[in-house]
Design a protein around this ligand. Structure first.
Ligand SMILES: [Zn+2]
Length: 182
């Protein structure tokens, strides 16, 4: 569904902090035709949501950070023209990962939390992809079809717990240089 402008986009019931919305069950995305970032960012992002949802066959709030993180990762690849992108927490204060995982999307407490949720989700996905490779990340997505998040992390990455994920990610951030964006 391509709205003619921002006000028509918002009249569709989309969140006022969003630039696009995917309804995977209906294979539908809502976008604003006049958005200057429509082609470079919004469409790659929303299409990734649809593809991932169709691949996994389900959606659950505990894996929403993976869904959002991968959509931002793909969006950033198109936007920057880079094959790999490094997304860090420069200028953001991370949430405890346990909290991030349990956070239900679309009922965030504040706009600041939304921004951190998106940034941190993207940073975690970029960590998993850059540190261990895209093939392992594909294995991870495959494992999520039939395993819990914790078991998929254990089997594919040898990461024994969410706190170990947090430790490894934070160690990675110390030596990571973010991909520049204009
Ligand atoms: Zn999204």
């Amino acid at each position: 569904m391509i709205a003619l402008d921002r006000s028509e986009y918002l009249s569709l019931g989309t969140p006022d902090w969003s630039s696009g919305l995917a309804i995977p069950e209906q294979r539908t995305i809502y976008v604003d035709e006049k958005d200057p970032l429509l082609i470079r960012r919004v469409i790659p992002h929303e299409i990734t949501h649809i593809i991932l949802h169709n691949y996994l066959g389900f959606d659950h709030y505990t894996i929403h950070w993976i869904n959002e993180g991968l959509s931002i990762y793909e969006e950033m690849r198109i936007w920057t023209g880079q094959d790999k992108v490094v997304i860090t927490m420069e200028n953001y204060k991370p949430l405890p990962i346990e909290d991030l995982i349990l956070m239900k999307p679309y009922i965030f407490s504040s706009k600041d939390t939304i921004v951190v949720y998106y940034q941190q989700s993207a940073s975690l996905v970029s960590f998993l992809i850059n540190e261990y490779g895209m093939d392992r990340f594909r294995d991870f997505l495959k494992a999520l079809k039939t395993r819990t998040l914790e078991n998929a992390l254990k089997e594919v990455y040898g990461i024994q717990s969410i706190s170990e994920l947090e430790r490894r990610w934070k160690a990675y951030l110390k030596r990571a240089t973010p991909t520049p964006i204009r």
